[in-house]
Write a protein that binds this ligand. Structure first.
Ligand SMILES: Cc1cc2nc3c(=O)[nH]c(=O)nc-3n(C[C@H](O)[C@H](O)[C@H](O)COP(=O)(O)OP(=O)(O)OC[C@H]3O[C@@H](n4cnc5c(N)ncnc54)[C@H](O)[C@@H]3O)c2cc1C
Length: 342
Protein backbone atom coordinates (compact mmCIF):
# COMPACT_ATOMS: atom_id res chain seq x y z
CA UNK A 1 0.00 0.00 0.00
CA UNK A 2 1.29 3.48 -0.74
CA UNK A 3 0.95 6.22 1.88
CA UNK A 4 0.86 9.99 1.59
CA UNK A 5 3.26 10.26 4.57
CA UNK A 6 5.66 8.20 6.66
CA UNK A 7 4.03 9.35 9.91
CA UNK A 8 0.99 11.28 11.08
CA UNK A 9 1.57 13.32 14.24
CA UNK A 10 -1.22 14.67 16.44
CA UNK A 11 -0.05 17.80 18.28
CA UNK A 12 2.38 20.57 17.44
CA UNK A 13 3.45 21.49 20.95
CA UNK A 14 7.07 20.95 21.92
CA UNK A 15 6.91 17.17 21.43
CA UNK A 16 5.26 17.30 17.98
CA UNK A 17 7.49 20.15 16.84
CA UNK A 18 10.72 18.42 17.80
CA UNK A 19 9.51 15.08 16.43
CA UNK A 20 8.41 16.53 13.08
CA UNK A 21 11.79 18.26 12.75
CA UNK A 22 13.62 15.04 13.68
CA UNK A 23 11.72 13.03 11.07
CA UNK A 24 12.28 15.68 8.42
CA UNK A 25 16.06 15.59 9.05
CA UNK A 26 15.89 11.84 8.40
CA UNK A 27 14.15 12.39 5.07
CA UNK A 28 10.80 11.14 6.40
CA UNK A 29 7.50 12.85 5.56
CA UNK A 30 5.39 13.79 8.58
CA UNK A 31 1.84 15.17 8.48
CA UNK A 32 0.93 17.15 11.60
CA UNK A 33 -2.57 17.87 12.93
CA UNK A 34 -2.81 20.50 15.64
CA UNK A 35 -5.38 22.87 17.05
CA UNK A 36 -4.98 25.15 20.07
CA UNK A 37 -6.49 23.55 23.18
CA UNK A 38 -7.04 25.31 26.46
CA UNK A 39 -4.12 24.54 28.83
CA UNK A 40 -1.44 23.50 26.33
CA UNK A 41 1.89 23.81 28.06
CA UNK A 42 4.28 24.64 25.25
CA UNK A 43 2.83 28.07 24.51
CA UNK A 44 3.25 29.27 28.09
CA UNK A 45 6.50 27.52 29.08
CA UNK A 46 9.35 29.71 30.32
CA UNK A 47 11.80 27.74 28.16
CA UNK A 48 14.56 27.34 30.72
CA UNK A 49 17.14 24.69 29.80
CA UNK A 50 18.53 23.63 33.16
CA UNK A 51 20.34 20.36 33.94
CA UNK A 52 20.01 20.67 37.74
CA UNK A 53 17.27 19.76 40.21
CA UNK A 54 17.91 22.91 42.22
CA UNK A 55 15.75 21.93 45.20
CA UNK A 56 18.14 19.06 45.93
CA UNK A 57 21.30 20.31 44.15
CA UNK A 58 21.59 17.13 42.08
CA UNK A 59 21.82 16.64 38.32
CA UNK A 60 18.58 15.84 36.51
CA UNK A 61 18.16 12.52 34.69
CA UNK A 62 21.08 11.96 32.25
CA UNK A 63 21.78 15.66 32.40
CA UNK A 64 25.07 15.80 30.49
CA UNK A 65 23.85 13.65 27.61
CA UNK A 66 20.53 15.52 27.33
CA UNK A 67 22.27 18.91 27.41
CA UNK A 68 24.64 18.02 24.59
CA UNK A 69 21.87 16.61 22.39
CA UNK A 70 19.39 19.43 23.10
CA UNK A 71 21.92 22.22 22.49
CA UNK A 72 23.01 20.77 19.14
CA UNK A 73 19.40 20.12 18.10
CA UNK A 74 18.01 23.61 18.74
CA UNK A 75 21.07 25.33 17.27
CA UNK A 76 20.71 23.34 14.06
CA UNK A 77 16.99 24.05 13.96
CA UNK A 78 17.67 27.75 14.40
CA UNK A 79 20.17 27.70 11.52
CA UNK A 80 17.51 26.18 9.26
CA UNK A 81 14.94 28.86 10.09
CA UNK A 82 14.90 32.62 9.79
CA UNK A 83 14.22 33.12 13.48
CA UNK A 84 16.40 33.22 16.52
CA UNK A 85 15.14 31.31 19.56
CA UNK A 86 18.01 29.59 21.38
CA UNK A 87 20.29 31.64 23.65
CA UNK A 88 23.03 30.36 25.94
CA UNK A 89 22.50 32.03 29.30
CA UNK A 90 23.94 31.27 32.74
CA UNK A 91 21.52 30.44 35.52
CA UNK A 92 22.22 31.91 38.94
CA UNK A 93 20.90 30.18 42.03
CA UNK A 94 20.48 32.60 44.94
CA UNK A 95 21.00 30.56 48.11
CA UNK A 96 18.10 30.75 50.58
CA UNK A 97 20.23 29.58 53.54
CA UNK A 98 23.87 29.16 54.54
CA UNK A 99 23.33 25.40 54.42
CA UNK A 100 22.37 25.55 50.72
CA UNK A 101 25.52 27.55 50.02
CA UNK A 102 27.64 24.91 51.77
CA UNK A 103 25.96 22.05 49.88
CA UNK A 104 26.72 23.83 46.59
CA UNK A 105 30.42 24.02 47.50
CA UNK A 106 30.38 20.31 48.29
CA UNK A 107 28.64 19.37 45.04
CA UNK A 108 31.17 21.34 43.01
CA UNK A 109 33.77 18.72 44.00
CA UNK A 110 31.71 15.92 42.41
CA UNK A 111 33.22 14.92 39.01
CA UNK A 112 29.90 15.17 37.09
CA UNK A 113 28.39 18.13 38.93
CA UNK A 114 31.70 19.98 38.93
CA UNK A 115 31.29 20.45 35.17
CA UNK A 116 27.89 22.10 35.65
CA UNK A 117 28.35 24.19 38.77
CA UNK A 118 30.51 27.20 39.58
CA UNK A 119 30.83 29.38 42.63
CA UNK A 120 30.34 32.79 41.06
CA UNK A 121 30.30 35.69 41.49
CA UNK A 122 28.51 36.59 38.28
CA UNK A 123 29.10 40.14 37.20
CA UNK A 124 25.58 41.34 36.37
CA UNK A 125 24.10 44.73 37.18
CA UNK A 126 20.63 43.29 37.84
CA UNK A 127 21.91 40.50 40.06
CA UNK A 128 23.86 43.02 42.12
CA UNK A 129 20.52 44.74 42.91
CA UNK A 130 19.07 41.57 44.47
CA UNK A 131 19.49 40.71 48.15
CA UNK A 132 21.75 37.69 48.60
CA UNK A 133 22.77 37.28 52.24
CA UNK A 134 24.11 33.79 51.54
CA UNK A 135 25.50 34.53 48.08
CA UNK A 136 24.85 32.69 44.85
CA UNK A 137 26.12 29.84 42.70
CA UNK A 138 26.06 29.43 38.94
CA UNK A 139 24.71 26.60 36.80
CA UNK A 140 26.80 26.47 33.64
CA UNK A 141 25.71 25.23 30.19
CA UNK A 142 22.16 26.59 30.62
CA UNK A 143 20.12 28.24 27.91
CA UNK A 144 16.83 29.92 27.20
CA UNK A 145 14.62 28.57 24.45
CA UNK A 146 12.06 31.07 23.26
CA UNK A 147 9.51 28.34 22.77
CA UNK A 148 6.79 30.48 21.19
CA UNK A 149 9.17 31.69 18.47
CA UNK A 150 10.37 28.14 17.79
CA UNK A 151 6.81 26.77 17.60
CA UNK A 152 5.79 29.53 15.20
CA UNK A 153 8.85 28.96 12.99
CA UNK A 154 8.02 25.26 12.70
CA UNK A 155 4.34 26.00 12.17
CA UNK A 156 5.20 28.25 9.22
CA UNK A 157 7.55 25.65 7.75
CA UNK A 158 4.92 22.92 8.04
CA UNK A 159 2.19 25.14 6.55
CA UNK A 160 4.49 26.13 3.66
CA UNK A 161 5.10 22.48 2.79
CA UNK A 162 1.44 21.52 3.22
CA UNK A 163 2.22 19.28 6.17
CA UNK A 164 0.11 20.96 8.86
CA UNK A 165 -3.66 20.81 9.18
CA UNK A 166 -4.89 23.07 11.97
CA UNK A 167 -7.91 21.26 13.31
CA UNK A 168 -8.82 19.08 16.25
CA UNK A 169 -8.60 15.38 15.52
CA UNK A 170 -11.54 13.52 17.06
CA UNK A 171 -11.21 9.78 17.63
CA UNK A 172 -13.97 9.30 15.06
CA UNK A 173 -11.73 11.03 12.45
CA UNK A 174 -9.14 8.24 12.71
CA UNK A 175 -9.59 5.36 10.31
CA UNK A 176 -7.60 2.22 10.99
CA UNK A 177 -6.66 -0.08 8.12
CA UNK A 178 -4.69 -3.30 8.20
CA UNK A 179 -1.62 -1.41 6.92
CA UNK A 180 -1.82 1.89 8.77
CA UNK A 181 -3.85 4.94 9.71
CA UNK A 182 -5.86 7.56 7.83
CA UNK A 183 -6.95 10.99 9.04
CA UNK A 184 -8.77 13.39 6.70
CA UNK A 185 -7.32 11.79 3.60
CA UNK A 186 -3.73 11.61 4.89
CA UNK A 187 -2.33 8.14 5.32
CA UNK A 188 0.73 6.71 7.05
CA UNK A 189 1.90 3.40 8.48
CA UNK A 190 2.13 5.02 11.92
CA UNK A 191 0.22 7.59 13.95
CA UNK A 192 2.29 9.24 16.70
CA UNK A 193 0.39 11.01 19.42
CA UNK A 194 2.18 14.09 20.76
CA UNK A 195 -1.00 15.36 22.36
CA UNK A 196 0.45 16.34 25.74
CA UNK A 197 -2.01 16.03 28.62
CA UNK A 198 -4.98 15.90 26.23
CA UNK A 199 -4.55 12.19 25.59
CA UNK A 200 -4.56 10.02 28.69
CA UNK A 201 -1.95 7.26 28.61
CA UNK A 202 -0.97 4.99 31.49
CA UNK A 203 1.49 6.69 33.85
CA UNK A 204 0.71 10.25 32.70
CA UNK A 205 0.06 12.82 35.45
CA UNK A 206 -1.19 16.30 34.50
CA UNK A 207 0.39 19.10 36.57
CA UNK A 208 -0.80 22.72 36.37
CA UNK A 209 1.85 25.43 36.17
CA UNK A 210 1.35 29.20 36.35
CA UNK A 211 3.63 32.11 35.75
CA UNK A 212 3.75 35.82 34.98
CA UNK A 213 5.22 38.02 32.31
CA UNK A 214 6.26 41.22 34.07
CA UNK A 215 8.02 44.49 33.40
CA UNK A 216 10.61 45.33 36.07
CA UNK A 217 11.84 48.78 35.04
CA UNK A 218 15.47 49.39 35.96
CA UNK A 219 16.41 45.86 36.99
CA UNK A 220 18.68 45.23 33.95
CA UNK A 221 19.21 41.53 34.56
CA UNK A 222 20.97 39.63 31.79
CA UNK A 223 21.23 36.15 33.32
CA UNK A 224 18.48 33.80 34.51
CA UNK A 225 17.94 33.78 38.26
CA UNK A 226 16.33 31.14 40.45
CA UNK A 227 15.08 31.51 43.98
CA UNK A 228 11.86 29.59 44.44
CA UNK A 229 10.98 30.51 40.85
CA UNK A 230 12.87 31.27 37.65
CA UNK A 231 13.24 34.86 36.47
CA UNK A 232 14.11 34.88 32.78
CA UNK A 233 15.07 38.14 31.02
CA UNK A 234 13.45 38.33 27.58
CA UNK A 235 14.51 41.89 26.69
CA UNK A 236 13.25 45.48 27.13
CA UNK A 237 12.91 45.20 30.94
CA UNK A 238 10.51 42.28 30.45
CA UNK A 239 10.86 39.01 32.38
CA UNK A 240 9.08 35.68 32.48
CA UNK A 241 8.64 34.41 36.00
CA UNK A 242 7.55 30.85 36.75
CA UNK A 243 6.32 28.46 37.62
CA UNK A 244 3.99 26.95 40.21
CA UNK A 245 3.17 23.24 40.54
CA UNK A 246 -0.38 22.05 41.32
CA UNK A 247 -1.74 18.54 41.07
CA UNK A 248 -5.41 19.32 41.74
CA UNK A 249 -7.88 21.29 39.67
CA UNK A 250 -5.32 21.24 36.86
CA UNK A 251 -7.60 22.69 34.17
CA UNK A 252 -8.63 25.76 36.20
CA UNK A 253 -6.45 28.19 34.23
CA UNK A 254 -4.77 31.14 36.01
CA UNK A 255 -5.64 31.47 39.73
CA UNK A 256 -5.29 34.30 42.29
CA UNK A 257 -3.13 31.97 44.36
CA UNK A 258 -0.72 31.39 41.48
CA UNK A 259 -0.45 35.11 40.78
CA UNK A 260 0.21 35.97 44.44
CA UNK A 261 2.80 33.19 44.77
CA UNK A 262 4.75 34.47 41.78
CA UNK A 263 4.50 38.11 42.91
CA UNK A 264 5.82 37.05 46.32
CA UNK A 265 8.81 35.33 44.66
CA UNK A 266 9.61 38.48 42.69
CA UNK A 267 9.32 40.72 45.76
CA UNK A 268 11.90 38.63 47.59
CA UNK A 269 14.41 39.74 44.98
CA UNK A 270 13.20 43.08 43.66
CA UNK A 271 11.83 46.04 45.63
CA UNK A 272 11.17 48.27 42.60
CA UNK A 273 8.10 48.63 40.38
CA UNK A 274 6.38 45.47 39.09
CA UNK A 275 4.00 45.70 36.17
CA UNK A 276 2.18 42.44 35.40
CA UNK A 277 1.75 42.11 31.63
CA UNK A 278 0.41 38.59 31.47
CA UNK A 279 -0.61 35.75 33.78
CA UNK A 280 -0.46 32.36 32.16
CA UNK A 281 -1.30 28.78 33.08
CA UNK A 282 -0.72 25.47 31.36
CA UNK A 283 -0.87 21.76 32.10
CA UNK A 284 2.41 19.84 32.03
CA UNK A 285 2.23 16.28 30.78
CA UNK A 286 4.29 14.76 33.60
CA UNK A 287 4.71 11.10 34.51
CA UNK A 288 4.50 9.08 37.71
CA UNK A 289 8.23 8.29 37.71
CA UNK A 290 9.38 11.61 36.19
CA UNK A 291 10.62 9.95 33.02
CA UNK A 292 9.25 10.57 29.54
CA UNK A 293 6.72 8.15 28.09
CA UNK A 294 7.34 6.86 24.59
CA UNK A 295 6.84 3.84 22.43
CA UNK A 296 4.33 1.89 20.44
CA UNK A 297 0.74 1.65 21.64
CA UNK A 298 -0.30 -0.78 18.91
CA UNK A 299 0.91 -1.98 15.49
CA UNK A 300 0.28 1.42 13.86
CA UNK A 301 0.26 3.77 16.81
CA UNK A 302 2.92 5.32 19.06
CA UNK A 303 3.18 8.02 21.71
CA UNK A 304 5.65 10.70 22.80
CA UNK A 305 4.61 12.42 26.01
CA UNK A 306 5.47 12.73 29.71
CA UNK A 307 8.02 15.51 29.14
CA UNK A 308 7.07 17.06 32.48
CA UNK A 309 8.84 20.21 33.63
CA UNK A 310 12.03 19.55 31.60
CA UNK A 311 10.50 19.25 28.17
CA UNK A 312 13.06 21.45 26.43
CA UNK A 313 15.98 19.40 27.69
CA UNK A 314 14.38 16.00 27.01
CA UNK A 315 12.42 16.40 23.77
CA UNK A 316 15.30 16.11 21.23
CA UNK A 317 16.65 12.88 22.71
CA UNK A 318 13.13 11.46 23.09
CA UNK A 319 12.19 12.23 19.48
CA UNK A 320 15.36 10.68 18.15
CA UNK A 321 15.05 7.62 20.38
CA UNK A 322 11.42 7.07 19.32
CA UNK A 323 12.32 7.50 15.63
CA UNK A 324 15.13 4.91 16.01
CA UNK A 325 12.61 2.53 17.52
CA UNK A 326 9.71 3.06 15.13
CA UNK A 327 11.59 3.42 11.85
CA UNK A 328 14.76 1.41 12.46
CA UNK A 329 13.48 -1.24 14.87
CA UNK A 330 15.97 -0.37 17.61
CA UNK A 331 15.00 -1.36 21.17
CA UNK A 332 13.52 1.23 23.51
CA UNK A 333 15.27 2.16 26.70
CA UNK A 334 13.13 0.48 29.41
CA UNK A 335 13.34 3.64 31.53
CA UNK A 336 11.19 5.54 29.02
CA UNK A 337 9.23 2.70 27.44
CA UNK A 338 5.49 3.43 27.68
CA UNK A 339 4.87 -0.27 28.40
CA UNK A 340 6.41 0.08 31.88
CA UNK A 341 3.04 1.35 33.10
CA UNK A 342 0.97 -1.32 31.35
C1 LIG B 1 3.87 27.20 33.30
C2 LIG B 1 4.83 26.22 32.68
C3 LIG B 1 6.18 26.54 32.60
C4 LIG B 1 7.08 25.63 32.03
N1 LIG B 1 8.38 25.97 31.96
C5 LIG B 1 9.26 25.10 31.39
C6 LIG B 1 10.63 25.45 31.27
O1 LIG B 1 11.04 26.54 31.65
N2 LIG B 1 11.47 24.53 30.71
C7 LIG B 1 11.03 23.30 30.28
O2 LIG B 1 11.84 22.51 29.78
N3 LIG B 1 9.73 22.96 30.37
C8 LIG B 1 8.84 23.82 30.92
N4 LIG B 1 7.53 23.49 31.02
C9 LIG B 1 7.12 22.15 30.57
C10 LIG B 1 6.92 22.10 29.05
O3 LIG B 1 6.11 23.18 28.69
C11 LIG B 1 6.28 20.77 28.64
O4 LIG B 1 7.12 19.70 28.98
C12 LIG B 1 6.05 20.70 27.13
O5 LIG B 1 5.63 21.91 26.62
C13 LIG B 1 5.04 19.63 26.78
O6 LIG B 1 4.87 19.64 25.40
P1 LIG B 1 3.86 18.66 24.66
O7 LIG B 1 4.04 18.89 23.22
O8 LIG B 1 4.03 17.27 25.18
O9 LIG B 1 2.40 19.10 25.15
P2 LIG B 1 1.52 20.39 24.74
O10 LIG B 1 2.30 21.62 24.85
O11 LIG B 1 0.28 20.32 25.55
O12 LIG B 1 1.18 20.18 23.22
C14 LIG B 1 0.16 19.32 22.77
C15 LIG B 1 -0.41 19.93 21.50
O13 LIG B 1 -1.32 19.00 20.91
C16 LIG B 1 -2.53 19.68 20.58
N5 LIG B 1 -3.57 18.66 20.58
C17 LIG B 1 -3.86 17.78 21.59
N6 LIG B 1 -4.85 16.95 21.21
C18 LIG B 1 -5.17 17.30 19.94
C19 LIG B 1 -6.12 16.81 18.99
N7 LIG B 1 -6.92 15.77 19.28
N8 LIG B 1 -6.20 17.39 17.77
C20 LIG B 1 -5.39 18.44 17.46
N9 LIG B 1 -4.48 18.95 18.32
C21 LIG B 1 -4.38 18.38 19.53
C22 LIG B 1 -2.64 20.75 21.67
O14 LIG B 1 -3.51 21.80 21.32
C23 LIG B 1 -1.19 21.21 21.76
O15 LIG B 1 -0.91 22.17 20.76
C24 LIG B 1 6.61 24.38 31.56
C25 LIG B 1 5.25 24.09 31.61
C26 LIG B 1 4.37 24.99 32.16
C27 LIG B 1 2.90 24.66 32.21
Amino acid sequence: MSFTHDAIIIGQGLAGTVLSETLSRRGLRAMVFDAPRHGRASWVAAGVVNPMVLRRTVASWRASEMLAIAGAFYREMELGSESSFFTSMPLVEIFPTAQEAAIWQLRMRDPELGRMLAAGPVNDAGLARMPQPYGHGVVLRCAWLNMQVMLLAQRERLLRTGNLDERVVEESDIRRTSAGMEIHGRTAPILIRCSGPFRQVAGLVPVRGEGLTVRLPGLSLSCMVHRGAFIVPVGDDIYRVGATFAWDDVWSGPTDDGRLTMLDRIKRLWSGEIEVLEHWAGVRPASKDRRPILGRMGPHEAVLTGLGSRGVLLAPWCASHLADHVFEGKPLDPEVDASRFA
